[in-house]
Write a protein that binds this ligand. Structure first.
Ligand code: SAM
Length: 274
């Protein structure tokens, strides 16, 4: 295989925990390129040691992205082969590489992906969900208002995001406040010794973490809510109105049952024509 490695930038996916999760092709590339551009050379060194790879490592992290581009472009101009790796998973997935890839393509060199693990696909490969489609947003916003905005905007999507264990509890509480019946999956420490994947309603998940520690790396799936028109909210409003329920109560009941936005249902109630 070594002979097929040409002068190019190889974006190589590496394990997200379990060091056995690496492809034969990734090992071949890492062994036979001239330089490995690594987010943290110490982290990558552990992987290289396991597979007795002695390729030269150079750092390429988010703080040095722009300043390092020139150096790597010069290597490519000299006909050298470069691999780009991040600390874990797939480069450019919430990890550095964007600026380098753009520059390499602009200069007319090839960028060759070497696929492998990513926390997104690992999570999605083990969780059943309504419809296959999903939206990945990287790390979710940090402020309460922004988180709320994001989850309301994506209520009808299977929304995947990364979150730190320090912020997760606050984020879960914002979700509870916004959609009390939201179904959620928390994938913790994927591929590692203490791997845990739990799927439940947001309320139960919060209760669970009140009595259990929340450590390690975390990826989240907020399950999509059945679309409003699939439930036919108008029809439900009509029936509840016929029972003489108040608009306020109708909005509460329907938002609780179908995870639709309470204000939106209330507005529909006001607009309702008999
Ligand atoms: N490039 C990586 C990928 O392809 O998944 C993501 C890098 S991003 C900087 C790191 C975040 O990914 C972590 O903070 C965590 O949210 C998520 N992550 C990485 N490894 C994980 C694992 N083993 N289990 C759960 N989430 C993980």
């Amino acid at each position: 295989m070594a002979n097929s490695i040409i002068s190019a930038l190889y974006c190589v996916a590496t394990p997200i925990g379990n060091l056995d999760d690496i492809t034969l092709r990734a090992l071949d590339v890492l062994k036979n390129v001239d330089i490995i551009a690594a987010e943290d050379t110490r982290t990558t060194q552990v992987l290289l040691n396991k597979y007795s790879i002695t390729t030269k490592l150079l750092s390429y992290h988010k703080f040095s992205e722009s300043s390092r581009v020139e150096l790597f472009l010069n290597y490519l101009k000299e006909g050298k082969k470069i691999a780009l790796v991040s600390d874990a998973g797939t480069p450019l997935i919430s990890d550095p590489g964007n600026i380098l890839v753009e520059a390499v393509i602009k200069e007319g060199f090839r960028v060759i992906p070497i696929p492998g693990p990513s926390a997104i696909t690992t999570l999605l490969s083990a969780v059943s969900r309504q419809d296959e489609d999903f939206k990945f947003i990287g790390f979710i916003d940090r402020t309460k208002n922004k988180i709320k905005e994001t989850i309301i905007k994506n209520n009808c999507e299977n929304l995947v995001f990364y979150e730190s264990p320090m912020r997760l509890k606050d984020t879960l509480n914002v979700i509870l406040e916004t959609y009390p019946n939201k179904k959620i999956t928390i994938a913790r420490e994927l591929t590692k010794k203490f791997e845990q994947i739990i799927t439940d309603n947001i309320k139960e998940v919060i209760e669970y973490y009140e009595n259990n520690t929340l450590k390690g790396e975390i990826a989240v799936l907020l399950h999509k809510t059945v679309q409003e028109n699939e439930v036919d909210i108008d029809e439900k409003i009509k029936k509840l109105k016929a029972l003489k329920l108040k608009d306020k109560d109708i909005s509460s009941v329907l938002s609780e049952l179908y995870n639709v936005n309470r204000n939106l249902v209330y507005k529909k109630c006001l607009d309702f024509k008999h």
